[in-house]
Write a protein of this length. Structure first.
Length: 467
């Protein structure tokens, strides 16, 4: 056995090493590369940050045909006024639910009378500026001859990929100091990118946060039209966690830069979760905005309205594939990243980032790293063969070889007396029990018959020796 072991044990150990190595290679996770945390968060969340445009169109009828100048002004305005604005929001479900501020969609939620009054004030200001008169004079004149004939409400959601979809308010909390300044919208869609909701009870002062949205200050005539589809992200920290509005609603104070248009945009923690929605800024100083004093509605307040709307905040398949693709891409596994990105494009063709990532991955695919998990089936087959060989070698080493023969002794019911040493019988004709005869004629073969047979055998042997 020792000679066999010198040969079989090293081979078995080598095969065991092969199995361990294959298991290790299969379970190697792709390295993500040296990508900053903020960049990862930006890429993960950017596809789900949307621009919200909410406005009303009021159509006017001017009833003084003897005033051509005012008629001309109204014609230049197409006999209508537009009241409203824009803000930001975040998609939280793959079927199109969005969270934002109530004041972002306030224009379409007002009563007709309130909308008409606000639009009329805007019209009066235009007339007053044109004629260089005070507001009250213009107001008294216009109110005598002007009436609204139609009010049209428009709520649009602009996705980062360029789609412009109709939005519908599903849950509404009224603007700040009138309500909790949260609204939940719904657009038509499937497989949309999403951002998960976090827990604002867990936040602490000086936690790192990022604010994402579409600040008006970032819009410029010098930028290309498609730049308006790209959200901005600014970094900061939580400054205070336990402040409240006059109404008593909780708010979070943050120091990240934000301005008009950021309202309703998500405040994101270092896990990529929404912990609040930007709601208002601090007071101006000498008529100027002072950055670093902004406030957000805590996400646990947002959840109240999400629950009212019956929304489930679940990660979509688009998110899963895109994030897996990003991790592979950042790690240099371009071939495998390309497969993930193409899968995203199949289920959600208008993903804002996917075309660029596909193009970049295609350029780098020839330098892609090897991903050992691709060969898992091959490794499993090799491991199975190796395991079988190890078993065969162990059996060969410790069980193989011809066993030594051993004499088998069959004991009879009664032990025979030892032969006489002086005259050993050369070939004792010991007969098996079943060949004995009923020597004492008692009708059965028993011990007495055996003794008689032995006595008969000794007499014959003694007679033979004497001869």
């Amino acid at each position: 056995m020792k000679k066999k072991a010198l040969f079989t044990i090293p081979i078995s150990l080598l095969l065991i090493a092969v199995i361990i190595a294959s298991f290790f290679l299969i379970n190697i996770k792709p390295a993500e590369g040296k990508i900053a945390k903020a960049q990862k968060l930006a890429e993960y969340t950017k596809p789900a940050v949307v621009r919200i445009v909410d406005y009303t169109v009021v159509r006017w009828q001017f009833n003084n045909p003897n005033d051509p100048e005012v008629i001309s002004i109204l014609e230049q305005l197409n006999n209508q006024s537009v009241v409203g604005g824009s803000g930001s929001g975040a998609i939280i479900s793959s079927d199109g639910y969005i969270v934002t501020n109530a004041h972002v969609v306030e224009a379409t939620q007002k009563k007709d009378e309130d909308i008409a009054n606000e639009a009329f004030e805007q019209l009066v200001s235009i007339v007053a500026d044109y004629f260089k008169v005070d507001y009250e004079t213009a107001y008294n004149y216009m109110v005598a001859y002007t009436q609204y004939t139609d009010i049209k409400r428009v709520l649009k959601v602009v996705l980062p990929g360029g789609d412009v979809l109709d939005g519908e308010v599903k849950s509404y909390g009224a603007p700040i100091n009138e309500g909790k300044d949260v609204a939940v919208l719904k657009i038509e869609g499937k497989n949309l990118p999403t951002i998960p909701l976090g827990n604002s009870d867990n936040i602490q002062s000086q936690d790192n946060i990022w604010v994402s949205g579409y600040p008006a200050a970032a819009d410029s005539d010098l930028l290309s039209p498609d730049s308006s589809l790209v959200s901005s992200m600014t970094a900061g920290q939580i400054s205070a966690t336990s402040k409240k509005t006059d109404q008593g609603s909780p708010v979070i104070q943050i120091n990240a830069a934000a301005t008009h248009g950021n309202s309703g945009g998500p405040v994101i923690n270092d896990k990529g979760q929404i912990i609040g929605l930007l709601t208002f800024r601090g007071d101006t100083v000498n008529g100027q905005e002072v950055q670093g004093f902004n406030f957000a509605v805590p996400v646990n307040t947002v959840r109240e309205f999400v629950n009212q709307a019956g929304v489930r905040n679940t990660k979509s398949e688009t998110d899963k594939l895109f994030q897996e693709g990003l991790e592979l891409y950042w790690g240099g596994y371009y071939k495998h990243a390309l497969e993930k990105f193409e899968a995203v494009q199949r289920i959600y063709p208008n993903h804002s980032e996917i075309k660029q990532y596909i193009a970049n991955a295609e350029k780098k695919v020839d330098s892609s790293k090897m991903l050992w998990s691709d060969y898992a089936t091959t490794f499993y087959i090799v491991d199975g063969v190796a395991g079988l060989l190890i078993l065969i070698l162990l059996v060969f080493t410790f069980v193989g070889g011809k066993p030594k023969s051993s004499a088998t002794v069959v004991a009879g019911p009664v032990a025979r007396p030892a032969p006489t040493p002086a005259a050993p019988a050369p070939t004792p004709p010991a007969a098996p029990e079943n060949t004995l005869q009923d020597l004492n004629k008692d009708g059965k073969i028993d011990v007495q018959d055996i003794l008689l047979a032995l006595e008969e055998h000794q007499k014959k042997q003694q007679k033979k020796d004497e001869e």
